[in-house]
Design a protein around this ligand. Structure first.
Ligand SMILES: [Zn+2]
Ligand SMILES: [Zn+2]
Length: 226
């Protein structure tokens, strides 16, 4: 399988591209404002069809959706609870005052992502976990080796958006956020309960594992040691 991480944009957001072996479809996750870098990566991949799946609707993860959706006739998938977050994109753009966000367009949604469901898209099988707190419809995509026996996955992986980061967790003071207790509770019950070797690929910064975050994340430690 092809698994690309493309960091970039004003908030150094991670966009992901996934493609199963022998598939002509790709999944583009969280296309931010690093359009050129994403296009560079796409130019190196053979594909006929694109599916855009978002972890959530914040501007740094959804700025590029409208552009890629229109250019590649892609379908756009996001949790229903992210509608108000997407609609706030344009006001968020003017609030941040970052020039590259000034022409933000709210993309049209094709399908709503359900939580706790298995999907097969372009030959890749994954399940969805709803982990709210940073935003109400924050979805994590979970791909296991067992679900994808022919994709040479070294470990199970989770693309976890802005729920948890290496050594940190998502902010709860942005559009749609709740509070730290809520977010940490949801991370603990939905993510930390998974296999320790599972690799977490966050919306910002480097990868980590469930085991490392359980042991050393100062925001999560209290739930286990306290
Ligand atoms: Zn976010
Ligand atoms: Zn973000």
């Amino acid at each position: 399988m092809i698994f690309r991480i493309i960091p970039g944009g004003a908030f150094v957001e991670n966009t992901y591209i996934l493609q199963a072996n022998d598939s002509d479809e790709i999944i583009l996750i969280d296309p931010g404002s690093q359009t050129d870098e994403i296009e560079d990566s796409l130019s190196e991949i053979d594909f006929q069809e694109m599916h855009i799946w978002n972890t959530h609707g914040h501007l740094d993860h959804a700025y590029g959706v409208d552009y890629f959706k229109k250019k590649y006739k892609a379908d756009f998938n996001i949790h229903q609870k992210e509608i108000p977050i997407l609609q706030a994109m344009t006001t968020a753009a003017s609030r941040f005052g970052i020039p590259e966000f000034s022409d933000a367009v709210v993309p049209e949604i094709d399908n709503f992502i359900d939580e706790d469901r298995e999907y097969i898209i372009g030959g890749l099988k994954f399940s969805t976990l709803l982990v709210p707190g940073h935003s109400p419809g924050s979805i994590c995509f979970h791909l296991t080796k067992e679900m994808n026996p022919n994709q040479e996955l070294a470990e199970d992986i989770i693309i976890c958006g802005d729920t948890v980061f290496a050594g940190s967790v998502g902010r709860v003071d942005l559009t749609g956020g709740t509070n730290m207790e809520d977010l940490v509770g949801n991370i603990t019950s939905k993510l930390l309960s998974l296999k320790g070797s599972t690799i977490l690929f966050p919306g910002h910064g480097p990868r980590t594992t469930i085991e490392i975050e359980k042991e050393s994340n100062p925001f999560l430690g209290g739930m286990f040691n306290g």
